[in-house]
Every structure is written in C-alpha cells, then in structure tokens.
Design a protein around this ligand. Structure first.
Ligand SMILES: [Zn+2]
Ligand SMILES: [Zn+2]
Length: 334
C-alpha cells in the first residue's frame, strides 16, 4: 500500500515499479554552484584513484587475499558511511560512546568521502531541499551530476565553514571534526596512512611466507590495489548510487514530496540504504525496514551494537514514536 508522507494510506497499485522522473525534465543546477570552478581537492583524488584501480587488470597484482579483503572491506568500510556518517551523525538515530564514534569516523575517512562536517551538512541540505534547485545532488539535473558531478564542481552552498556552521553545527562542536573540516588534507593523509598500512602488512607477510622481497612486494601491492584502491572505487559508486539511482528508479511506499524511491538493487549493495523512499518518509528512524522483506542489515548491526551495550537511544520507527508519545500524554492526563 502506498502511503502519503504523513502516513495516511491512499489507494494505489501496491508495489508498482515506477520511473518517477520525466526523462525530458531537467532541474537547473543549484544557484550556488560555480561550474567553471573545479573542486580540485575532490577531483584529483577521484580521478587518480579511478586510474590506479585499472591496475587490477594486471594478473601479477592479483591475490585471493586481496580480493577477499576487497569484498570484506566494501562492507566494513562502507558501514563507516552508512551507519556512522549517515544514520549516527547526520540523523542522530543512535548514539555510541565517543571513542567508538571517532573510530567509526576513522573507518569512514578510509572511504575518502569527505570530512564528517561536509558529509553531514550536504546530506541534511539534501533532505531539506530534495529534488528542488538547491538540492546539492538531484538526478533531476542529470544522472551523472547526481552520481559524481556535484563532487567536483565548487558549490558555495555546501562547501564553506559557514555552510557547515548552518547545517552541521553539532558536528563542529567536536574538536576532532572541526580540525578535519578546517584542513581537508588531513582526511587525505589519514587515507594515505591506511593505504600504506595495507601495503606494509602485505609486504611483511609476503616476504615472510614467500622468502623474498619480490614476493613481499607482489603481495603488498596486491593488498594495496584490491584491498584499498579497488575497494575505494566500489564503495564510492555504491554510495553515489543512493544519490543517483534511488531518486530515479524503484517503487514508492510513501507519497513524499520528492522523487525518492526504494530500489532493491541499491538496498542490496548498501545493506539497507537503498530503501530510500522509506528513509525520506522517516529519516529520524534508525531502521529503513518498513516491510518484512525490505531487509535492513545496517539496522540489524545497530541493534547488535545496542545488545553489546555500545549503542543507545536507538530511534524507533515513527509509528512506535507516535504510540509512545500518545501513551506518555495519556499517562500525564489527569
Ligand atoms: Zn535522498
Ligand atoms: Zn538521510
């Protein structure tokens, strides 16, 4: 059943697959974008890492360990974005001890996807103006704009300390996040350090087991190429698919005032983030699972953190929040 964003059901074909945007329709770029001004701090790493990932076609640089590290890493590092940047920091749908939050942020930084302040500010801005002209990455401008273009064009609306102060003030209150926001190169250094760690660990292990420096070099490089470079590119495109695909293709449970969709393919890749129409309907909830088969693995992981005593104040779905508020009002009534 399709519901309006206020949760009121109305008649519609259930689970209808729809393509919501008119292919001919085009939204103008946000006013604050300067197309001629390239955001080199993002453009250079994005282009470089994509080019380096081509090394994966060289058989000498392949190892099964590297491949396994890539597959496991897509989940582990990707969750730094899904669980920490998105659900924990942007929407405050659960809390963890500060040391664990910082550890999650370090994992997210290894995805080379922005500092916490800019990621959070951009995403809150997206929720405020989804699929309207100020939206930083609406695919109604163009699919490629939403997927990657918005990252390499300077947008004064989302790329300034003033914007972070407006949309992510709570994030900047943390000195670690403020430091990262003031010095974007720090995020690059952290990324480079973790890449070096992968290489050096592989080099040492390869030398110890293979008996030569050449064996160490081959194994170290395989971990670097597959475990870091290829994994980074895969996680990028998975995250970017939420911005591009799930505002174009899929079905809608709720008649929200933008084009967000639930897309099973993206949901599979992002372990739950692809139920994006559910998320736009109830962004505060820690769970995107609104039907039994809309599996949200990310939410299950947050629940596990809760059982371990590492997550608290996990925000329940809107219906449960409303029922609890109603119960509180009834209890308080004379
Ligand atoms: Zn969205
Ligand atoms: Zn969101």
């Amino acid at each position: 059943m399709i519901q309006q964003s206020d949760g009121v059901p109305h008649d519609a074909t259930p689970m209808e697959d729809v393509r919501l945007s008119d292919p001919g329709a085009r939204l103008p770029l946000p006013d604050t974008v300067e197309l001629g001004r390239i955001n080199w701090v993002y453009a250079v790493p994005i282009a470089t890492i994509h080019l380096l990932a081509l090394a994966a076609v060289v058989p000498w640089l392949f190892s099964w360990t590297g491949l396994i590290l890539m597959i496991v890493g897509v989940h582990v590092f990707g969750q730094g974005i899904n669980i920490c940047y998105h659900r924990q920091l942007t929407h405050r749908s659960f809390q963890t001890p500060r040391w664990l939050e910082h550890a999650f942020v370090l994992i997210a930084l290894c995805c080379l996807q922005d500092t916490p302040a800019r990621w959070v500010a951009t995403h809150r801005y997206h929720h405020q103006a989804s699929d309207e002209q100020p939206d930083p990455h609406s695919p109604l401008v163009h699919f490629l704009w939403a997927h990657v273009g918005w990252l390499v064009a300077h947008n004064a609306g989302t790329q300034s300390i003033a914007a972070y102060q407006k949309y992510a003030k709570d994030i900047l209150n943390d000195p670690f996040y403020m430091r990262l926001a003031k010095n974007p190169y720090l995020a690059l250094y952290i990324y480079a350090a973790h890449a070096a760690l992968f290489f050096l660990a592989g080099f040492a292990l390869g030398w110890a087991t293979g008996g030569s420096a050449a064996a160490g070099l081959q194994f170290g490089l395989s971990l670097l190429v597959w475990g870091v470079i290829v994994r980074t590119v895969v996680v990028w495109h998975i995250t970017w698919s939420v911005n591009s695909l799930t505002h174009l293709f899929g079905y809608r449970n709720y008649d929200t005032d933008e084009n967000s969709t639930n897309n099973w393919f993206v949901a599979l890749l992002t372990v739950g983030e692809g139920w994006h129409n559910n998320h736009h309907h109830d962004a505060a909830s820690a769970s995107n699972q609104h039907r039994w088969w809309e599996f949200d693995i990310s939410y299950y992981e947050i629940k596990v953190l809760g059982w371990l005593g590492l997550a608290r104040n996990i925000v329940p779905p809107r219906a449960k929040r409303m029922a609890a508020a109603q119960a509180r009002r009834a209890a308080a009534a004379p």
